[in-house]
Write a protein that binds this ligand. Sequence first.
Ligand SMILES: Cc1cc2nc3c(=O)[nH]c(=O)nc-3n(C[C@H](O)[C@H](O)[C@H](O)COP(=O)(O)O)c2cc1C
Length: 272
Amino acid sequence: MTALLSHGMQVHSLVGQLHSHEAQAPERFAACPPAATRPPPLPPQNAQAPTLLGGLGEGGRGRSASASVGASGSALESGARWDGLSATIAGRVNVSPKRLVEPGPSDAQLHGLLQLAAAAPDHGQLMPWRFVLVPQAQRPRLGEAFVQALIARDPSATVEQIDSAREKALRAPLLLLAVACHGRSEARIPVCEQLVSLGAAVQNVLLGAQALGFGSGLTSGQAMDSEPLRALFGLQAHEAAVCFVNIGTVGKHKASNRVRPAPEEFLCVLGG
Ligand SMILES: Cc1cc2nc3c(=O)[nH]c(=O)nc-3n(C[C@H](O)[C@H](O)[C@H](O)COP(=O)(O)O)c2cc1C
């Protein structure tokens, strides 16, 4: 209960910090107009679009061939790097853990994925996140925490719901818990920046898994903030369980209906 309360306070203070930050530095947030007053997206033929995004034609290669010959290789190598990277990024889709089967990443591959996580940007080098590996032998304990969390919030949960909660812990071959640790900054680096670092670390792991040929998916839910889960993972007051990272071989492929937003939908031009 103490941990639950302290976590509740911590989440409260996280929101508070975001708000207080906003209050202290309104100019950082005032630049973007509210959605209702935001100008409509740039039409594809808008004269500004080619200027801004035109260099990203030809598969997105931003520079001319001569400009892209830099310290890190030839234009050909740069183009190949772009093609490989963009295929990996564009090819990643969220795969439900139900569709992830053995084999999962080997120990060496997991090590490589965690090295990619460590490449995430981290303002102030705070390491505002960590991962917890949940090996197969520990999955029943996680399943029990899911069950206890369910019963705590719904004492009338059915046997089917309880079995389903327990089974969720058993699915993916590789399971990592991503934990935000946002108590180490002494308010020097805003919490939202620390969460960006965690998101980048998670994404690096997902993309690494994709590059290795695995499928991956994130899961969360109401149990994340529950006392049984916090106790199982020994989370401290300044820590929050953000999501599980599930990785494995895609057993059953399913067409994704995810429509990716066009850049024009999330980009506006200051003063434009
Ligand atoms: C922090 C976080 C938690 C998530 N939790 C869940 C979840 O509990 N269940 C789920 O089906 N997807 C979850 N997702 C995955 C999103 O649903 C998924 O990314 C979204 O549908 C977009 O699909 P895409 O990843 O294929 O682009 C989560 C994503 C994030 C970033």
